[in-house]
Structures are given as structure tokens and as C-alpha cells.
Design a protein around this ligand. Structure first.
Ligand code: FAD
Length: 456
């Protein structure tokens, strides 16, 4: 059953073309002289760390396609640098979707598996790396191995998640897919602060629910958005790629219908709510801003340009406004401690809106480099903004968040800035397991060490 929306045919590649592209990348990697820093060359990124040492760029433009979708087995075979936008375009015509589709269209499968990802199916299917059946990895020492849960490289299979490309690069992955229906019926339910943890736990236990996430607009004003797959478009589907804005609809409507395609990308058009800093949510600007540029990768490029040029900092200095500390983080908090986290966050940081997304590991074993407890329900809390800098302490708010996460038994994703000392970092991210993997797969230190890569 096809449930495709208005799709553009995704790039597909034959197994032979993939094999040639992978062999070419391996050849180019091996030709890089020892001691020369190297990095993946991709046209987009969703990291929020800018700058960093220069490194030789390995072009990956021939590793961006879907090799095949197997309807019967409900799997897809995919090249490592394929974006979820292309992957979804390849699976929806088969009535299937990846188990977890991160909300930003240019996140790639390899990036989400090595750098983690999350979405509204995570309460049931965990994180993107938990959908991987097997993957070919170009390891740091230049070998290509196939890692699977039970094979000779099961240690790399489990240790790849949260290694951020420091053990090797995923070139080909086979992942699980889920059957879908053409539409999603959404219910936006306002929940009192005191009830939030209990309601999240209850909704996540309801087998009729397919998707759950939430939005905190202000302290005390929070909504859970509960999605169910359906064949019924209701009174008509909404379109939030035009003049209407998805996050605002959460406050205004209690029930809504989207096509499955538009549901998966509901957050991309306005980068959750972050497009507002560019004026894109003002009706006059929105009308003029071309629809094809209402996308998260366009906004991220604008932020990268600002960080490179320091433009907004200069404007603030000229206007005699305080400098700002960017606070862009996603953290996972055990569900029963969510209220404590939100109270402290509203008091000490004060960013709104905040995104909530419940998750529970799909696996009954922990993943060594991101040691969440199997069986336990966590809530991902995402906040992406800036606050006035504390004089003399430009990292104060980010460090407060790290302390809070540690106090509450949570975890912090590493796609953005990291402020831990090296010893604290390895306490949180399993230093002994990482050292064993590095010893086996990168004995000559060809790729950077994880702490130095993410916290430099
Ligand atoms: C504002 C914001 C909100 C976010 N929200 C979400 C969210 O809601 N849900 C979510 O899932 N994620 C979210 N992310 C995080 C995002 O999923 C991660 O940053 C992810 O790693 C990005 O993948 P990418 O493909 O863009 O990777 P890149 O940015 O290109 O790279 C990320 C890292 O992965 C490595 N890497 C990339 N490809 C490979 C590969 N094939 N093999 C090995 N290593 C590789 C790179 O070396 C790099 O260290 C958010 C990020 C930001 C900035």
C-alpha cells in the first residue's frame, strides 16, 4: 500500500554502484597520509558545534542513496550518508517508514546512528541505532567490516552509537521499517504540570498510540501531542508548509489531521519554532520567503554564517546589549524526575518553548557509550535558543544544565557544545568501554578521540 505524499523520486543505487562507491571512499581514506586529520565531507550537518581544527575532507556524495526496500522483510538497505528525507521518500511508497525518523530532513542515517536521534516513536522503538540489523563500517584503521548484533564485530555494533564517527564510518546499513497508514490523527492534550509524568507514562503504555511528543510553551502550560495512524483524513488535512505554523496549532486546536508525510516533517518547516529569529513567522516575511527555503538546513546555514562572521555579537555590542550564551541541547531525564528538571530549568535558564519526547530503549541491553537503563521511560527535553551571558562566566547556563542532568540521573546528547572536564565526561560516557573499542578499531589513533572531538 502506497501512502506517499508529493514525493520526488529518491536517488536509488544498485548494489554494484554502491560497492564501487564504497571501494572508492576506502581507497581515498587509505591514501590520506598518517597524521593528517580527516573528516567526512557532507553537504549538510546538524551538529551545533562550529569551527574546530581543519581536516582533509572525504567527499561522500556517492554514498547518499537507497539501495533497496524489502516490503516482505520490512527492511531497507541504505548508504551511510543518505538523508532521512530521501529515505522516507523511498519507503513511504511501500507503506513503510523507518522506526524512528528524526525531524530534520537532512539528518543522515549514518549521522543519526553514530550521533543518536529521537522522535515521537521513540517511546516504543527507542533510538535510530536500535533499528540497525547490520552495517558495513570503514573502521579507523582502514578495514571494512560488517557489524551485526551477534557477529565477530558485535562490540563495534553496540559501541558505534554515540561514537560520533571516531571509530569509523558507516557505509551501508540494513534497518527495520514499520508499516504506516496514509494519515495521522493528532490530539493536542493540555496537561497540568503536576500530572505531566503520570500522563506521559499512561499514554506511552497505550497500545493504540503510535506517536507521542510534547511542547512546553510557558512554565505550567504544556501539551502532549498524541498521534494515531489512520486511513481517515478527518474533515481534511492541515498544511503547515504554507502560511500556517505547526507549533502554534498545538495551542489553537485539540484535534488535527496530517498526511503521514507531512506529519514526519511537521517540525522541519520552522525548525520546531526556531525560524522565528529570521522573521519567517511574520506573515509578510513568510509570504516573501520562498517555500523551498522554509527548511531546517537553510536556517542552520544562516546560523553557521552568523557564527563565522560574528555578526549578531557585533550588533549586540553596538546596541550595548549583553552578549548571549547559546543554549542548544537535548537531554534525557527519567520520567519521574521530569517535573524537578522543568522547575529548575524554568528558574535557572528560562528558555521557552521546550520540546518533550518520551523514549524507552528498544533493546533489553544498554548501549555502552550512551548508558541509558533498559526498560526505563525517559523524556528527552530539547531547547534551542540563547540567554544573556552571566558576566565573567560565558558557559554558566550550559554547565548548570550538565549538573542538573547528572543530579537527576539523566544523559546529555553530544551534538552541541559539551562543557564537562575530561574525567567527568568519561564517567558519564563509559571511558573503559570506549578505550577498548578504540584499541581494537583505531590502534594508531587515525581518528580523533571522542572527548576531544565533542568537547574541544
Ligand atoms: C537544533 C537541533 C535539534 C535537534 N533535534 C533533534 C531531534 O529532535 N531528533 C534527532 O534525532 N536529532 C536531533 N538533533 C541531533 C542530530 O540528530 C544529530 O546531530 C545527528 O548526529 C546529526 O546527523 P547528521 O547526519 O546531520 O550528521 P552530521 O552533522 O553530518 O555529523 C554528526 C556526527 O556524526 C558523524 N557521522 C556522520 N555520518 C556518519 C557516518 N555515516 N558514519 C559515522 N559517523 C558519521 C560525523 O563525523 C559527526 O561527528 C538535533 C540537532 C540540533 C542542532
Amino acid at each position: 500500500m502506497s501512502v506517499a505524499g508529493p514525493l520526488i523520486a529518491p536517488p536509488t543505487v544498485s548494489p554494484a554502484t554502491h560497492a564501487a562507491a564504497a571501494a572508492d571512499l576506502v581507497r581515498r581514506y587509505r591514501a590520506v597520509p598518517a597524521g593528517t586529520p580527516v573528516r567526512l565531507g557532507k553537504p549538510s550537518s546538524n551538529l551545533f558545534r562550529f569551527g574546530g581544527p581543519s581536516a582533509q575532507r572525504l567527499d561522500t556524495s556517492h554514498l547518499t542513496g537507497v539501495i533497496g526496500v524489502d516490503e516482505a522483510a520490512r527492511t531497507a538497505e541504505v548508504q551511510g550518508m543518505t538523508t532521512y528525507e530521501d529515505l522516507v521518500d523511498a519507503t513511504l511508497p511501500h507503506g513503510l517508514m523507518p522506526t524512528v525518523v528524526p525531524q530534520l530532513k537532512t539528518i543522515t542515517l549514518g549521522g543519526a546512528v553514530t550521533g543518536l536521534g529521537i522522535e515521537s516513536t521513540s517511546f516504543r522503538y527507542g533510538l535510530p541505532h536500535e533499528s540497525v540489523r547490520e552495517m558495513d563500517v570503514l573502521t579507523a584503521d582502514g578495514e571494512v567490516i560488517t557489524a551485526s548484533p551477534d557477529g565477530p564485530h558485535a562490540d563495534l555494533y553496540r559501541g558505534f552509537a554515540n561514537s560520533y564517527g571516531t571509530l569509523g564510518y558507516a557505509l551501508r546499513l540494513v534497518i527495520d521499517l514499520l508499516p504506516v497508514r496514509p494519515y495521522v490523527r493528532l490530539e493536542h492534550r493540555r496537561v497540568a504540570s503536576a500530572d505531566l509524568s503520570a500522563v506521559i507514562s499512561e499514554v506511552c503504555a497505550d497500545e493504540s498510540v503510535d506517536f507521542v511528543d510534547g511542547t512546553v510553551f510557558e512554565p505550567g502550560e504544556q501539551y502532549l501531542t498524541i498521534g494515531r495512524l489512520t486511513d481517515d483524513p478527518g474533515p481534511g488535512t492541515s498544511d503547515y508548509t504554507g502560511q500556517q505554523i505547526f507549533y502554534r496549532s498545538i495551542r489553537d486546536r485539540t484535534v488535527d489531521h496530517l498526511t503521514i508525510h507531512d506529519y514526519l516533517w511537521r517540525w522541519d518547516t520552522d525548525w520546531f519554532w526556531c525560524s522565528r529569529v529570521f522573521g519567517v513567522q511574520h506573515p509578510a516575511v513568510r509570504r516573501l520567503w520562498p517555500r523551498r527555503f522554509r527548511r531546517s538546513d537553510v536556517y542552520r546555514r544562516l546560523v553557521a554564517l552568523d557564527r563565522r562572521t560574528g555578526l549578531s555579537g557585533r550588533v549586540r555590542r553596538l546596541a550595548r546589549l549583553p552578549q548571549e550564551e547559546p543554549v542548544i541541547q537535548d537531554v534525557e531525564i527519567p520520567v519521574e524526575r521530569l517535573a524537578e528538571f522543568l522547575d529548575a530549568f524554568h528558574r535557572d535558564i528560562g528558555i521557552t518553548p521546550v520540546w518533550l519526547c518520551p523514549l524507552r530503549l528498544r533493546s533489553d541491553r544498554p548501549w555502552p557509550l550512551y548508558p541509558m537503563r533498559p526498560g526505563e521511560l525517559y523524556v528527552n527535553v530539547g531547547f534551542w535558543s540563547a540567554v544573556p551571558e552571566t558576566p565573567g562566566d560565558p558557559e554558566a547556563h550550559n554547565r548548570r544544565i550538565e549538573e542538573l542532568v547528572a543530579e537527576l540521573g539523566g544523559h546529555k546528547s553530544l551534538y552541541s557544545t559539551v562543557h564537562y572536564s575530561e574525567s567527568e565526561f568519561w564517567e558519564h560516557y563509559n571511558g573503559p568501554a570506549y578505550r577498548a573499542l578504540k584499541q581494537r578499531y583505531d590502534p594508531y589513533d587515525r581518528l580523533p578521540d571522542l572527548y576531544h572531538k565533542v568537547a574541544r
